[in-house]
Design a protein around this ligand. Sequence first.
Ligand SMILES: [Zn+2]
Length: 264
Amino acid sequence: MTLPDNENDNNVASHKMYMGWAIKLAKYALDHGETPVACIFVHYKSKQIVAYGMNDTNNSLTGIAHAEFMAIEQIKSRFPNDPIGFNQFCSDCIVYVTVEPCIMCASALKQLNFKKIYFGCGNDRFGGNGTVLSINQDKSTVNYNGVVYKQKSIPGLYRREAIMLLRYFYVKENKRSPNPRIKLDRNLDKDNFPQINWSHYMNNNLFGQEFGLHNLSHFQTMDDIEEFSTIDWNLIDSTYDNILNDLQLETKHFKLNEYKRLKV
Ligand SMILES: [Zn+2]
C-alpha cells in the first residue's frame, strides 16, 4: 500500500497511514504479552514500508530486544556482506515509532543516519530524542562516516493512542502482579492526557513545516495538533491477528534490486 506520489512527505494522511501500521503492531504486541511499542521503517523516495519491529523483550527474555533493533536487523538482512550499502540505505529511511526511542535505540538510529524520526508519545524515563537526553541533536553520537550532525525527530503522531496502549499494559501488568504497586493500582484513565512540551523536541519553525501553520498555536498551548486531538478508539481497541503477515507482504513489495537499478 503506497500513497500517490507526492513531493511533500510531510502530509498528515501519510503520517496516519504509516504510524497507523505501527500502532496496530503495538496493539498486537500488547495482545501477546509484550510492551506495546512498535515501529515501521519507510524508504522515503519510494514511500514503501521496508521494515517493521515490535518490542520482544518478554518473549525473547532479552532486555534489549526493542522494536527498533528488530527493524534494523531486517534491513541488515537485505545487505549481506555489504555494510556500505546497508548504511546508505538507512539514511534513505524514515522511522515511525509509537514511543520515543530510548537512549540506546536513539543512539543506534543516529549512528545509522536515519533520515528522520517520527514518534507518538514521549518516553519519560528513557527517552533519547528530547525527553531525557537529546541524542538526535547533540554531539555525543556521530554517523557512520564520523560526522556530527543533527537528526530531525518529530513527536505527536497518534500520541494519545500510544499513551493509551501503555496504560492498558500497565493496568494489565498490575493486575497480574502478586503485590500490586499502589502507584499503579488505579482505574484506567481514558480522559486525561499530559501536555506535550513541543519545544523539548523541535523549534516552532520545524513544527510549522511539519504540521502546517494552521496548527502552530498548539506549539504554545502544548496540546496535540488538530488531526490527532481526538483519540481513534477503533484503532487501539481492535485486534490485528494478521498484522505480521500483512507487514511481511508490504515489505516484500520493496525490491532492492529495482531500487538499485533505478537509482531512485
Ligand atoms: Zn529502545
